[in-house]
Design a protein around this ligand. Structure first.
Ligand SMILES: [Zn+2]
Length: 626
C-alpha cells in the first residue's frame, strides 16, 4: 500500500513535469518570465557593448610596465580593468540568461561563444597585472594607498590578496616551469572519470522481481533506495566490491592526485596542502580542524538520528544500506507560483521590512523565470552578475514543496547579491565561496521553521522535519567524514609515508565506522563499505572543497538559531554578511554576523537545533501511536 502511494505520487510529479515542459515559451504569461530588457533593451544593444568591450580590453596594454610609476597610474589601471570586468559580467549575464531560456536556439549559443572569446581576450590582456604588482615593493604600494584614498576604498582587498601571495610566489623562470606542469595536473581526475563512467566493468545484479540491472554509478544512485531490503543489501555488496576489485589501481591514482597537491603546495612554500587550499580565501587552518573536532564531539547527535531512522523504518538493526531509504514518505503538498511566493514572503518576514520589500520587487518586477518550457536549462540558479541592474533567478517550477524551498534558497543568493551590489563598489561586491551558501541556507531554515509551525497535519509536519533532519545528517556529518578522510590521506603523503588503496580503505573504514557508531550498534557498516572512497569523484576533482557544504549549513543554521534567541540584534548582525560582499575576508564577515567560525558555538547551536527537530519528530510519532 505504502509503495503504491509512492509510485502514484512520483508518476503525478513526472507527468506534471513533462506536461509543462511541452509548453512553448511564448505561451507563458509575461509575469512568470524574467525581463532581460532590464539589462539591455535589445540584442543590438548587447552587441554594441560587447564590441566596445573588445576595444576597452585592448586599452589595458597601455598600462603595461607602468603600474608602479605612481598611485594615479595604478588606480587608473585597476579602475579601467574593473570597469571592463563589470561590463563583461553584465554582457555575460544577459547572454547566458537568454541562451538558458532555450538551449536549442543556436543564435543565442553563438552569443555565449562571443562572450567566451571576449573573456579570453580580457584574460590575456590583463595577465600582466598580478606579476607586475608583485614587482612593486610592499612599502611603495602602502605609500600609494596612503596617497590615493580611492585605491584603498575600491582595491584594498585586491591588493591585499596579491600581497598575501608574495611569499608564495616564485621567481619568473620557476613560475613558468611550475605553470608548465598544468598540462598534467588534471590527469588523475581524467583517468578516474573515464574509468568510473565508461571503462570500469559495471557489475550485474538480479533483483527479487527478476529484473536484471547493470550497476553503473547512475544506476546505483537510482536503485539504492529500493524498498526491498534484500535487493538493497545485494546492490551495495556488489557495487562497492566492484570498486574493491580495483582498489590498488584507484588508490595509486588518488595517491597521485594527493601527491600532486603536495608538490604544488611545497613548491609554493606552504606548510601543507591544507594551508595552500585554505589560503585562497585567507581561511585559517583551524576553521577546518575545528569542524572535524567539533563534529566528532557531537557524534551522539548523529547516533540519535540513526536510532530514529531505525525506528521509523521499523527495523531491528540499521545497516549502511538502509541510509538512503526515505525517512518519511512524501506528502502531497501543492503550491502554485503565487502560493509559493506568499509562503516565502511570510516565512522571511523576520529578516525585516526592507528584505520583504525587495522580495516583492523580485516578484513584481520580473527578476524570476518560473516555468519549465521547451529547451530551457534544467535546475535552478541565481545570478548577481549584472551589478548595476539586479539579480535574476532561473527556476523550473513544478507546483510542489521542493519548488518553494528551491526558490527560497535561490532568493537567499539573490538577496545576498542585491545587498552586496548595492552597498559595495563593484570591485568588492563579489563574495567568496566560503560565505556563498550562508544566505541560501538561512532562508531554507526560516522556511522550514515557518512551514512546521503552519502546516495542519502531523504527516506534513513529520515530512518537513524528516527532510530537514536528513539534510543536516548528510550535509554536515557525511561531508565532514569526507573532509576527515581527505585530510588523513594528505597528511600521510606529507609525512612521506606510503599510501596504497589498501591503506585508504583502512582509513576510510575507520572513519565511517566511528561516525555511524558501528561498534556501538547504531548502524552496522559492512566490510565492503571500506571501498566507498573509490566511488566518490570529489576526491579527484577538488582539494579541500566539500567541507564548505558542511560549514555553510552550520553557519546558516546557527545564524537563524541566534535570531530566534536574540531577535533583532541577531538579524541586524546578519546584514553584515548580506551587505558585505567581498569587502572583508570570509571569517571576518561571519564574525561580524555574530558567529565565530573558530569557536565551538556554531556547531553547538546547529546540534541543538538538530536535537530539537528530533524531539518534535518523536512527539509526533508518539501522538500517531508509532
Ligand atoms: Zn545555493
Amino acid at each position: 500500500m505504502k509503495s503504491l502511494f509512492l509510485t502514484i505520487a512520483v508518476l503525478i510529479l513526472l507527468s506534471n513535469q513533462s506536461f509543462s515542459q511541452n509548453i512553448e515559451r511564448d505561451k507563458v504569461e509575461d509575469k512568470y518570465k524574467w525581463d532581460l530588457t532590464d539589462i539591455y533593451p535589445s540584442k543590438a544593444a548587447w552587441q554594441a557593448d560587447v564590441d566596445l568591450l573588445k576595444a576597452e580590453a585592448e586599452k589595458l596594454a597601455n598600462f603595461k610596465g607602468k603600474l608602479g610609476v605612481s598611485a594615479e597610474n595604478l588606480y587608473k589601471a585597476l579602475k579601467t580593468s574593473s570597469d571592463v570586468v563589470k561590463t563583461l559580467w553584465k554582457a555575460w549575464t544577459y547572454a547566458s540568461n537568454l541562451s538558458n531560456e532555450n538551449l536549442n536556439i543556436s543564435e543565442n549559443q553563438a552569443m555565449m561563444q562571443q562572450m567566451a572569446a571576449v573573456g579570453t581576450k580580457f584574460g590575456e590582456a590583463a595577465a600582466f597585472f598580478e606579476p607586475e604588482i608583485l614587482q612593486i615593493p610592499k612599502e611603495k604600494i602602502e605609500k600609494f594607498i596612503y596617497e590615493k584614498p580611492e585605491l584603498k576604498n575600491k582595491f584594498d582587498m585586491y591588493l591585499n590578496n596579491i600581497q598575501r601571495k608574495r611569499e608564495h610566489t616564485l621567481s619568473e623562470p620557476e613560475e613558468i616551469m611550475l605553470a608548465s606542469f598544468g598540462l598534467i595536473a588534471g590527469v588523475q581526475s581524467d583517468v578516474y572519470d573515464i574509468f568510473n563512467n565508461a571503462e570500469k566493468p559495471f557489475p550485474k545484479v538480479t533483483l527479487a522481481s527478476g529484473e536484471e540491472i547493470k550497476l553503473s554509478p547512475a544506476a546505483y544512485t537510482k536503485y539504492r533506495t529500493v524498498e526491498n531490503r534484500d535487493d538493497r543489501a545485494k546492490i551495495f555488496d556488489v557495487f562497492f566490491n566492484s570498486y574493491g576489485d580495483f582498489k590498488n589501481t584507484l588508490g595509486a591514482n588518488l595517491g597521485g592526485k594527493v601527491k600532486k597537491d603536495w608538490v604544488y603546495a611545497k613548491n609554493r612554500k606552504y606548510e601543507s596542502s591544507l594551508h595552500a587550499s585554505l589560503n585562497a580565501d585567507n581561511l585559517p587552518v583551524s576553521v577546518y580542524t575545528t569542524l572535524i573536532e567539533q563534529i566528532n564531539n557531537h557524534l551522539p547527535t548523529l547516533h540519535r538520528a540513526l536510532d530514529l531512522k531505525k525506528r521509523m523504518l521499523g527495523l531491528n538493526e540499521l545497516r549502511y544500506y538502509d541510509l538512503y531509504v526515505p525517512l518519511v514518505q512524501k506528502v502531497d503538498m501543492s503550491f502554485t507560483v503565487e502560493q509559493g511566493q506568499k509562503v516565502i514572503l511570510d516565512a522571511l518576514k523576520p529578516l525585516g521590512e526592507e528584505y520583504v520589500s525587495v522580495l516583492q520587487r523580485a516578484n513584481n518586477e520580473r527578476w524570476i523565470d518560473y516555468i519549465p518550457t521547451i529547451g530551457k536549462r534544467s535546475g535552478a540558479y541565481s545570478t548577481g552578475g549584472a551589478y548595476d541592474v539586479h539579480p535574476f533567478i532561473l527556476m523550473n517550477w513544478t507546483d510542489d514543496y521542493e519548488s518553494v524551498s528551491t526558490l527560497a534558497h535561490e532568493l537567499g543568493h539573490t538577496m545576498h547579491s542585491y545587498f552586496s551590489n548595492k552597498t559595495q563598489p563593484f570591485s568588492k561586491a563579489d563574495y567568496a565561496t566560503f560565505v556563498a551558501e550562508i544566505a541560501s541556507t538561512v532562508n531554507e531554515n526560516l522556511l522550514n521553521n515557518y512551514m512546521v509551525k503552519n502546516v495542519k497535519t502531523d504527516e506534513e509536519k513529520l515530512y518537513l522535519l524528516g527532510s530537514y533532519l536528513e539534510l543536516l545528517r548528510t550535509t554536515i556529518f557525511r561531508q565532514t567524514s569526507f573532509a576527515e578522510f581527505e585530510w588523513e590521506i594528505h597528511k600521510k603523503v606529507e609525512a612521506d609515508e606510503p599510501i596504497t588503496g589498501e591503506d585508504m580503505s583502512a582509513i576510510y573504514f575507520d572513519i565511517v565506522k566511528r561516525y555511524y557508531g558501528h561498534d556501538k550498534g547504531y548502524c552496522m557498516v559492512d566490510d565492503y563499505i571500506q571501498y566507498e572512497w573509490a566511488y566518490i569523484p570529489h576526491f579527484l576533482g577538488y582539494t579541500y572543497y566539500v567541507f564548505q557544504y558542511a560549514t555553510s549549513l552550520i553557519y546558516g543554521t546557527s545564524i537563524v538559531e541566534k535570531m530566534i534567541e536574540q531577535g533583532q540584534p541577531a538579524v541586524d548582525a546578519y546584514y553584515n554578511i548580506l551587505k558585505g560582499g567581498g569587502s572583508k575576508y570570509p571569517t571576518e564577515l561571519i564574525k561580524d554576523a555574530g558567529i565565530d567560525p573558530m569557536s565551538s558555538e556554531p556547531v553547538k547551536l546547529t546540534m541543538q537545533k538538530m536535537n530539537k527537530v528530533m524531539d518534535q519528530m518523536e512527539e509526533i510519532l508518539k501522538r500517531m501511536g508509532k
